[in-house]
Write a protein that binds this ligand. Sequence first.
Ligand SMILES: *Cc1c(COP(=O)(O)O)cnc(C)c1O
Length: 408
Amino acid sequence: MMDENDNSRSIVRRAPMPGGVSTPLAPPLMTSVAYGAADPDALDAVYEGRAPGYTYAREGHPNATMLAARIDWLEGAEGGIVTSSGMSAVTAAVMALICEGDHVLGSSQLYGRSLRLLTRDLPRLGFATSLVDMTDLAAVEAALRPETRLMLVETISNPTLRVADIAGLAALAQSRDILLAVDNTFATPRAFRPLDAGADVVIHSVTKLLAGHSDVTLGYVAARAEEHRASLRDASETWGLTPSPFDCWLADRGLHTFGVRYDQARANAAELADHLSWCPGVKRVIYPGRADHPDAARAAAMFGANQGCMVCFEIAGGRASANALVRAAAHIPFAPTLGDVATTLAHPASSSHRGLNEKDLASLGISEGFFRVSVGIEDIEMIKMELEAAIEAAAAAPESQADGRAAG
Ligand SMILES: *Cc1c(COP(=O)(O)O)cnc(C)c1O
């Protein structure tokens, strides 16, 4: 006989969730892998989309749904999905939309891993791919093939911050029955909404500005057509690109302040770009909002006042000068990411673009003295002073004088 008062017995999962009429203000974190249903009929209804609900977390969970809905709203999208990383969002878009025999045309300036996907992994699987300067519509048109199925471009490219004519590319894609996928990570929906401009797919590394605190790795992808949305969902569920509930929960929290963070950071970025252009030792400054940017007119038409939070600059000298600058800017984290609440400094030649050979680096204008600043929300006077001092320290580094002599 079992003794009812024997509280040493294990009652695994028998304690019910507390119910009630009240709802939590902050969304709960729901880590459950599986969801129960009342009976097989109810389960059928969920699987067939006739009733809302969840079955198994790889196929969807409430924290992902909540986050996706909020990014959908920002992007003017419907039925977008959150994935485990920005790269899994790129992977979902590509793998969901191409078939045997298709050609994929990519921008010659893409995030490093996206470039690798196009130049190594897709060819390894038998897909034809090629790259072209996507800021040049005539070159894009010339690079299209009868079997081109998909174009992949970033609204603002990394690291030289070139701005592609997304509406022009979308019109060209539509006229040839090609799909246009746009990675909108650098621009964010605050500056530009690719679907509004006619793109078929929008992609984000949520890891960056949207989540904003450098503590989650997540992606997002949404398509205009329901047919493509279904393919994206299938790709995500089959290839296992599902995000963790905890990451979604954190990103959802970060997203609450996205608008204010973005506005503060982009005002800071504009001011920093201006300041750097006056600093002795700075050879050039790249910011889409500056009149000397190669795509300034297009950037103004597309983004208005929201020219982004990324600023690049170049100093003279080689690696020793670069090392000196980074060491002197000790309070600005030297970290290969972007979109954090804090200002961070990146050096493409030794990080994101380290895989390129010297000729390709030179053609992109990426020297050892090339730096990318992801501008944060701090007091900008502090960042201006710290960077200016670091640039002075770099100019005093022995090698940069030697380089100067060699160049002179
Ligand atoms: C970081 C980044 C990615 C990849 O995102 P992860 O979240 O790191 O996988 C893709 N595209 C762009 C433009 C990025 O900056």
